[in-house]
Design a binder for this molecule. Sequence first.
Ligand code: PMP
Ligand code: GLN
Length: 385
Amino acid sequence: MNPVFAKLPTTIFEEMSARARANGAINLGQGFPDAAGPEDVRQAAAEAALNGWNQYPPMRGLPELRAAIADHYSSHQGLSPDPETEIVVTSGATEALAASILGLVSPDDEAIIVQPAYDAYAPLVRQAGGVPRFVSTRPPDWKVRTEDLEAAVGDRTRFLILNSPHNPTATMLDEADLGLLADFCVSHDLITICDEVWEHLVFDGAAHRSLMAMPGMAERTVKIGSAGKIFSLTGWKVGWAIAAEPLAAVIAKAHQFLTFTTPPNLQSAVAYGLGKDSSYFTGMRAGYQASRDRLSAALTDSGYAVLPSAATYFLLVDLAASGIELDDRACAIRLVEEFGVASIPVSALYETDAVTTALRLCFAKGDATLDEAADRLAEARKALT
Ligand code: PMP
Ligand code: GLN
């Protein structure tokens, strides 16, 4: 058996969803919305399944989807990827990450991973024969510090794996961070694999800026996106990697032996969706922002210390500052088993040096569910402090 995978636990997302099911708990753990998702986009998928092409689509993705991705990023982020040579459509961002890492990382290459980190990055680097080098961020600001990056970089470092907006901390890189990171990548000649799946879920009037748009970064950034996040349809698993032609060519070679293609009806519906008017995207953000504010206010009222959530559909509570002395994992298990609310302990997303005082809650749920969860969490805080 391959030790890279055989030694791994089941992901924390799957574990907490199973605990939620076993305990009949409200699931604010694994991130997925409880709404049905935009009806016109689902209708487009149904229409394409009934009347469209249901055989293998082109390996790099339907031309109409690649064109829609290029147009979308041109109007929303000022980028201009070539749909023919610089876009590879994949089965979710997870496959885009796998194809990018397996395609680009060579044995003994080092990749800097910023913790807490999405759980797929390090195992994929190891499977490619590479070596993860971890840099940790901590509350309250979760900033990536240049001195920590400089301490982690060495002669064999070839990659930086970044995620902005960031899951689970709900922070996003600002212009100054992007400038420092771009300088770091250029000066050390690194390729950045930039996981931007949360790019449309930004709040309080903020706009997402891609590292790819910074000076010197276009030829050294792999930008990863996910329709599952953009359209609140996490089961769809339509994603993409965007990179300069020589990088995209190798990513496509890896993709052809991972999944080869992605269901064409879903690709066609995503092409339709990406062309939607900007009011769709602002409306979606406003809806999630209202849910964020609702859950955050209720938790604050019952004595929780809630950290600011600038993006994603997650917020963190600081357990220590809320007067709860349990570590995050112990607390998450008690919450799901005794109080009926599933969450994600942030320490599960570190391999070293873990922060053990933060719990992640998903607020992509209807008001009644959020209110019920907040009531249960209020009871829990009374019992646990
Ligand atoms: N990266 C990050 C940071 C994520 O949060 C997620 C899903 N929550 C993914 C990648 C995976 O996206 P997909 O479902 O499109 O594979
Ligand atoms: N990315 C989702 C989250 O952070 C879960 C994805 C998964 O279950 N692998 O909750």
